[in-house]
Design a protein around this ligand. Structure first.
Ligand SMILES: [Zn+2]
Length: 81
């Protein structure tokens, strides 16, 4: 049994934003040391790896690289051809 916690509206961890901020894109913000603020980032595909696609995050304002991450393929429902 998981504990069921009702999170307050302002504290949404992921995915449950009431507004759609960008068309089809996740709105991500990372702290940018150049801008000294949390900035929206642009996602850029760096590499396609066997374990997933590696994206780099660039500050939307100054273009600094703020990090990267590997986006694994979304687990698909069992669909065996
Ligand atoms: Zn920046």
């Amino acid at each position: 049994m998981k504990r069921f916690i009702r999170a307050p509206m302002q504290h949404n961890m992921r995915g449950v934003s009431p507004k759609k901020q960008f068309e089809g894109l996740r709105a991500t913000e990372l702290y940018c040391p150049n801008c000294k603020a949390s900035m929206p980032v642009r996602e850029r595909l760096l590499l396609v790896l066997p374990e997933g696609d590696k994206y780099e995050y660039l500050c939307a304002r100054c273009g600094a690289s703020l990090g990267d991450r590997i986006v694994k393929e979304a687990p698909k429902p069992a669909l065996i051809i």
